[in-house]
Design a protein around this ligand. Structure first.
Ligand code: SF4
Length: 360
């Protein structure tokens, strides 16, 4: 098939094989790829709406026994700079965010073996009772697996107990690239690709929706990026439990792994191929946190229908060297000046038209 025919088929929603995905990624001119992805997005959502969620990320501990080489946030156990917030501190930060309209909190941190499952159960129970308007979208697969080790129970049992305490959904963090060769180099002690997919499957089968992420730009090849998309698409065929895909690029400035930052063109190419390849994942999110607000705006023409969250507070990516921050007004103005209409949603893509826009 000619490249032009392949682009047309992808723009029309035709499923791409892994080989076709690699070919499109490596050979298609960027603007044609972007136009196809934008066409696909406008066919899926034929409106000018671009959604975003008011949210915050509370990095409750930086103590971690996984030691990923791409991470500048963690401190090993017993390091003088390690911290763990008190429940009161987490609740105080969540309340501050809720007072600013947040409907989602992401409580996420290192894999700290000193924290037992009961610590999270008590925390989530408090959040649920003291801040009933906030959804707990929290804990990465790595943290779930860490808790299963600490308690010597299954990850499914961990998920069931956390769900009973108020956890409603999982963020897609910790996926990086779901290819063993890459993980051995950048996160050798982290869960293997099949474990990440397995915990996501368990959560989704328990009725907890999740997102999926991809951290690209470290050491992986283009083909390994497409293999990651293929793994996500296969699980989505089975469960339908992913709400959104969120590719973001590695920030190398303060990490042991070092390396180079991905270019803007590379970011846009990843977005476009993601929209075209993931024909069964509803939403594609512009991850402005690493590429910045201006590229985040351009992302709306490369397949994205969502601007992600306001992320009122965050440490992991900022510790790696990112300086990007956004107010609600800035996010909305980017959407408006791109010719779209900002719409506030919650974690599960229920629109919240009753919530006033910052630009209103
Ligand atoms: S990325 Fe997460 S799991 Fe890896 S070292 Fe950092 S905090 Fe720990």
């Amino acid at each position: 098939m000619s490249l032009a025919s392949l682009i047309d088929r992808a723009a029309g929603g035709g499923r791409l094989t892994y080989e076709e995905g690699v070919r499109l990624y490596e050979e298609a001119p960027l603007h044609e790829l972007g136009a196809a992805a934008h066409h696909r997005r406008m066919t899926m959502y034929p409106t000018d709406d671009v959604t975003y969620v008011i949210d915050t990320t509370i990095n409750y501990t930086n103590v971690c026994n996984v030691h990923c080489t791409f991470c500048a946030f963690f401190r090993p156990e017993r390091h003088g700079e390690g911290y763990t917030m008190s429940h009161d501190d987490v609740i105080g930060r969540a309340r501050w965010a809720a007072d600013q309209g947040a409907t989602q909190i992401m409580i996420q941190g290192g894999v700290n073996p000193d924290l037992k499952l009961e610590w999270f159960e008590r925390l989530f129970t408090r959040v649920r009772s003291e801040l009933p308007g906030v959804d707990i979208h929290s804990l990465s697969v790595s943290e779930i697996v860490g808790l299963a080790h600490v308690e010597n129970i299954t990850t499914k049992a961990v998920l069931e107990r956390l769900r009973a305490a108020g956890l409603k959904s999982l963020p897609g963090a910790g996926a990086e690239i779901l290819v063993e060769r890459v993980r051995k180099r950048i996160s050798a002690r982290k869960v293997k690709p099949e474990s990440w997919l397995g915990v996501m499957r368990e959560a989704q089968n328990l009725g907890m929706p999740t997102t999926a992420t991809m951290m690209f730009g470290s050491i992986e090849t283009n083909a390994e990026r497409v293999a990651h998309l293929d793994a996500v698409r296969s699980l989505q065929d089975e469960t339908g439990g992913f709400t959104a895909f969120i590719p973001w690029y590695y920030v190398p400035f303060k990490t042991p792994l070092k390396g180079k930052e991905a270019t803007g063109l590379e970011y846009l190419r990843v977005l476009a191929i993601s929209r075209l390849f993931l024909d069964n994942v509803p939403h594609l999110q512009a991850s402005w946190l690493t590429p910045g607000l201006k590229l985040g705006q351009l992302a709306l023409f490369y397949g994205c229908d969502d601007m992600g969250g306001t992320i009122l507070e965050e440490r992991v990516v900022h510790d790696a060297g990112s300086t990007n921050e956004a107010t609600r007004k800035q996010l909305e103005e980017l959407v408006i000046s791109a010719g779209f209409r900002p719409v506030i949603r919650d974690t599960y893509w229920n629109l919240r038209p009753q919530m006033a826009l910052a630009t209103a």
